[in-house]
Design a protein around this ligand. Structure first.
Ligand SMILES: [Zn+2]
Length: 78
C-alpha cells in the first residue's frame, strides 16, 4: 500500500515523532517508522508498530530521556 487512503497521494516512508496518551499522560516516541502522505500529510502507522508502542508505554520501562510537554486549555482561551 503506497497510496494515501484519504487523498490517494503518494506515501513516503519516514521516521516520525509520535505522541501517545496513556492514563492522562503524554508519551513521546521518537524514530517511529511510519508512512506519511506527501499530499495531505496524513500519518499512517502500521498495526505492528502501534502494538510495539503500546507495549513499551504500558511496560513502564524507563524512557531514554524526559521532555516537558506544554499543555494548553482551550476552555481558558477567550
Ligand atoms: Zn493523503
Amino acid at each position: 500500500m503506497n497510496e494515501c487512503p484519504f487523498c490517494r497521494g503518494e506515501l513516503i516512508k519516514k521516521t516520525i515523532t509520535h505522541p501517545q496518551s496513556y492514563q492522562g499522560k503524554i508519551f513521546i516516541l521518537e524514530n517511529v517508522p511510519a508512512k506519511v502522505c506527501s499530499q495531505c500529510g496524513e500519518v499512517l502507522i502500521s498495526p505492528e508498530v502501534l502494538e510495539k508502542i503500546q507495549e513499551l508505554v504500558w511496560s513502564g520501562e524507563k524512557p531514554g530521556r524526559k521532555a516537558e510537554v506544554p499543555v494548553y486549555d482551550l476552555a481558558k482561551v477567550g
